[in-house]
Design a protein around this ligand. Structure first.
Ligand SMILES: [Zn+2]
Length: 177
């Protein structure tokens, strides 16, 4: 399946044909996303449908994108695996068509020009990227450090020196040596 995806697409043309693109793209080709990941050798699974929508003369791109990337946990700073998923649903427009003519909740894309498929996919995955990437609370080696601190962001605030119960314990242990 790999390698079957076209590098450049014209989404509206694909939608007129009712095309479906399935395959994998290298993360390495998505520079902005790869820059946030610890390992750019991963691949992104792509399954996109380009088709006429429910309304007449309305073309859509829908589908699923997923990638398992390695990022840094922002709580403990250890490397972690992040399952990145996006389910894009875009209305495809011709240049000059007014996005405001569509209901505001529908995302639109000017789609009558050639575009790199990896750029299209990357944009959707970047939107799906959480603002704060961290292990689940129970699985984070750094979660204990936040005990007793009411808000997670105060734990990352280097300016404040709120005493933490575990820091006190650490001090005691060091004193025992
Ligand atoms: Zn963590």
């Amino acid at each position: 399946m790999s390698g079957s995806l076209p590098a450049i697409v014209i989404p509206l043309q694909l939608a007129e044909k009712g095309a479906r693109l399935r395959g994998r793209l290298p993360l390495k080709a998505m520079r902005r996303l790869a820059a946030m990941c610890r390992d750019d050798t991963e691949r992104v699974a792509v399954d996109l449908r380009f088709e006429r929508g429910a309304a007449r003369d309305l073309y859509e791109m829908t589908g699923n994108l997923s990638a398992c990337v390695r990022v840094r946990c922002q709580r403990c700073l250890e490397e972690m695996e992040l399952e990145l998923r996006a389910e894009p649903r875009l209305v495809l427009l011709r240049a000059g068509e007014d996005p405001a003519a569509f209901s505001p909740e529908m995302e639109t894309l000017i789609a009558d020009q050639p575009v790199a498929l990896s750029d299209l996919v990357e944009d959707e995955l970047l939107l799906a990227l959480p603002m704060f990437t961290a292990h689940a609370a129970g699985a984070c080696p750094g979660a204990g450090r936040a005990v007793g601190v009411p808000r997670a962001d105060t734990a990352r605030d280097g300016v404040r020196t709120r005493p933490k119960p575990f820091a006190v314990l650490d001090g005691l242990k060091r004193g025992d040596k």
